[in-house]
Write a protein that binds this ligand. Structure first.
Ligand SMILES: C[S@@+](CC[C@H](N)C(=O)[O-])C[C@H]1O[C@@H](n2cnc3c(N)ncnc32)[C@H](O)[C@@H]1O
Ligand SMILES: Nc1nc2[nH]cc(C(=O)O)c2c(=O)[nH]1
Ligand code: SF4
Ligand SMILES: [Mg+2]
Length: 222
């Protein structure tokens, strides 16, 4: 039995709204804690792990409604929660989920027939089962070591890049040398801004990349 303890903000079921698996019913496990500090981050309530925000496992087994909170959970405890949902696709996100060793959790889930997908910024080492699908949304020139980002790019099954302006696409170009050629590339407009969305649409057409529009924000689900 593994003794890794995760700090979890929420577990809930929804439709994957981003990237390659957009439209897929999925159970989301959102880890608490991130120190990368993206100014436009849509989950800032996951950044801090404060002692007095600790809750019970039962309490975090529902959407957090953007509340800063967390519960301790082992891989076995998370498996029990997940088994009460329908979806077989499990998205592990955060916060920055690579604060944690995800191998015990993802190995257990794959062994039980689930498919795991990781959402990560590429700023911490990726410790995950080899069967898992890794989505890297690279955070360039943010906290974290550049050599970590390069090795995260090598593990990526998908690179899903947040885009506000042209310089974000130029920065992605410089990073793609580290990527396996079979990795999917998707551009994701930041905060549904029209100019960013138009830029992503045109660039995806020009480069034959995919567009990721955060479907959940358009259809009004979490
Ligand atoms: C909240 S992050 C959590 C996982 C990890 N920390 C990361 O950054 O990949 C999940 C995804 O949401 C994206 N994201 C966060 N805020 C966003 C925003 N305002 N607009 C578009 N995408 C956003 C991130 O780039 C990432 O792809
Ligand atoms: N529906 C839905 N899809 C998502 N895909 C990635 C998300 C994330 O926050 O990592 C996310 C999210 O928060 N909700
Ligand atoms: S790395 Fe992810 S969770 Fe952390 S601040 Fe950036 S978008 Fe938000
Ligand atoms: Mg989200």
């Amino acid at each position: 039995m593994s003794d890794v303890i995760y700090r979890v903000n929420e577990v809930f079921e929804t439709i994957q709204g981003e990237g390659f698996y957009s439209g897929t019913p999925a159970v989301f496990i959102r880890m608490q804690g991130c120190d990368v500090g993206c100014p436009w981050c849509d989950t800032k309530h996951t950044w801090t792990v404060a002692l007095d925000d600790e809750r019970s496992l039962a309490e975090i087994n529902q959407p957090s409604g953007d509340r800063q909170r967390w519960a301790q959970a082992s891989a076995d405890e998370l498996l029990v929660l997940i088994q009460s949902y329908q979806a077989k696709h499990i998205v592990i996100t955060g916060g920055e989920p690579c604060w944690y060793d995800l191998k015990p959790l993802t190995a257990k889930l794959h062994d039980q027939g689930y498919m795991c997908q990781l959402e990560t910024s590429g700023t911490y080492d990726i410790q995950i089962d080899e069967r898992s699908f890794v989505t890297v949304s690279p955070k360039i020139n943010m906290r974290g070591k550049r050599d970590v980002l390069a090795s995260a790019m090598q593990r990526a099954n998908e690179v899903k890049h947040p885009v506000g302006r042209q310089s974000d696409i130029d920065a992605l170009d410089a990073l793609l040398v580290h990527c396996p050629t079979e990795a999917q590339i998707a551009l994701q407009p930041i905060s549904q801004q029209k100019r960013a969305t138009d830029l992503c649409i045109q660039t995806c057409i020009d480069r034959n990349w995919r567009l990721s529009v955060q479907l959940h924000k358009y259809i009004g689900v979490l």
